[in-house]
Write a protein that binds this ligand. Structure first.
Ligand code: AMP
Ligand code: GLY
Length: 421
């Protein structure tokens, strides 16, 4: 079996690692991949968003199964194009991926499905600002379309809301992604992520996880793609069944009812406040770095689950999980999420990997002259496994202590919230 993974981050290296455990998998290609995926398979120098080139490659290589990591190709219809060419691919079609591609669409589906979420209004013109300010004193102001994770502005006063709306609607800070804006009530609580496998009718949720979005310790600094994660997230304990029944299944039912069944990974970003659960957003893919913590805990074969999702037979799968906890610490380039330098030599990878309870997942790395060098903002995800969260955190930081590169930056408090509980 030949598999093509699209993307080149930590999530995609983790997918490569998990899929390569199936003996039927003879070869994995990763486009464009990183230095980690190159160790498990072959990198293909095609951009993750170049759908025609990916399609041509999959046909030429007779790829049996393609798995899409990032959101942009999904929202741009890669699954539709591959299916038209009779190629097997895992992910939602364009119409279903719009749950991530348009925040306004996602809100509309949530409301129809009766899924709990923040109060909101949708606006397209600065003429509507006064009506927004009447409704909200604080708000999360969101560009409707994809904005590489940067399209959300959290505003703590009417003045800030007004400035945010001007930035998006007048100054076009997020280009056409901001032609429409969703303004939401500010939610309080603790965030967690629940990912689900979906086959169009059924959804099976994975173990919970929690991301760390801010760049610096104690949730200070700028928002990033994610500086670390752990699984399970104690804040979710005991709420799993409600999340399945009140959030995930109603979304899948609503999408099926509309004739746009959801197949793929459905990622719910949740805000939990005591026993109140509200959805902040849905994504159409695995979270990164949540994936790095969740997949190492999965006992069931990933190829089998993905095939069941594609074939609509997920109800036949018994998803099994390991009891152990996982913690992922992201090592980033100095300056990230702002400007940073590339091609810094990374040392200590072999030492970190030599521990039984440490996994090293590459993100922004590449091979150069026989060395592994940095090639992005988020460079590595070091995952520790342990019988409890404390053990997992200790293992992760033991791995981290082995690795170095010029201006390496990481958070020292990943998992602290779970420990505090
Ligand atoms: P999103 O891109 O929708 O995940 O938003 C990015 C981050 O902004 C989320 O992870 C939350 O930390 C925060 N956020 C988004 N919406 C809200 C909200 N309604 N209330 C509070 N925080 C929010
Ligand atoms: N870790 C957040 C995301 O993948 O969107």
């Amino acid at each position: 079996m030949k598999i093509l993974i699209i993307g080149g981050g930590g999530r995609e290296h983790t997918l490569c690692w998990k899929l390569s455990q199936n003996p039927k998998v003879k070869k994995i290609f990763c486009a464009p991949g990183n230095a980690g995926t190159a160790e498990l398979g072959e990198n293909v120098p095609i951009d993750a968003e170049d759908i025609p080139a990916l399609l041509k490659f999959a046909k030429k290589e007779q790829i049996y199964l393609t798995i899409v990591g990032p959101e942009a190709p999904l929202v741009n219809g890669i699954v539709d194009e591959f299916e038209k060419a009779n190629l097997r691919i895992f992910g939602p079609k364009k119409a279903a991926a719009m749950l991530e591609g348009s925040k306004a669409f996602c809100k509309e589906i949530m409301i129809s499905a009766g899924v709990p979420t923040a109060e909101y209004v949708e606006i397209t013109s600065l003429k509507q600002v006064d009506s927004v300010l009447k409704k909200f004193d604080k708000a999360a102001v969101k560009a409707d379309g994809l904005a590489a994770g940067k399209g959300v502005l959290l505003c703590n006063s009417k003045e800030e809301i007004k400035k945010a709306l001007q930035k998006i609607l007048r100054d076009k800070a997020f280009g056409s992604a901001g032609n429409k804006v969703v303004v939401e009530e500010m939610l309080a609580g603790e965030e967690a992520s629940i990912l689900g496998f979906c086959d169009g009718k059924n959804v099976k949720i994975m173990v919970s996880s929690q991301d760390h979005k801010r760049a610096l310790d104690d949730d200070e600094g700028l928002n990033t793609g994610g500086m670390g994660a752990y699984s399970p997230a104690p804040v979710v304990n005991g709420l799993e069944e409600r999340i399945q029944k009140e959030i995930m299944q109603p979304m899948v039912d609503e999408m099926q009812k509309r004739g746009t069944p959801y197949k793929g990974i459905l990622y719910a970003g949740l805000m939990i406040n005591n026993s109140e659960i509200k959805v902040i957003e849905f994504n159409a893919r695995f979270g990164d770095p949540e994936c790095q913590c969740v997949l190492p805990r999965m006992k069931t074969d990933l190829v089998d689950v993905i095939e069941a999702c594609i074939d609509g037979t997920l109800d036949k799968i018994d998803l099994q999980w390991k009891k152990e906890s996982a913690c992922c610490v992201v090592l980033a380039s100095g300056g990230y999420p702002g400007d940073y330098k590339k091609e810094e030599v990374i040392v200590g990878l072999e030492n970190a990997k030599s521990f039984d309870n440490v996994l090293v997942f590459h993100a922004g790395t590449k091979s150069q002259d026989g060395k592994v060098v940095t090639n992005g903002g988020r460079v590595l995800g070091i995952v520790g496994l342990g019988s409890d969260i404390k053990g997992a955190i200790d293992a992760a930081y033991l791995g981290v202590s082995q690795i170095n590169f010029n201006r390496m930056h990481f958070r020292t408090d990943i998992g602290k919230r779970a420990l505090d509980r």
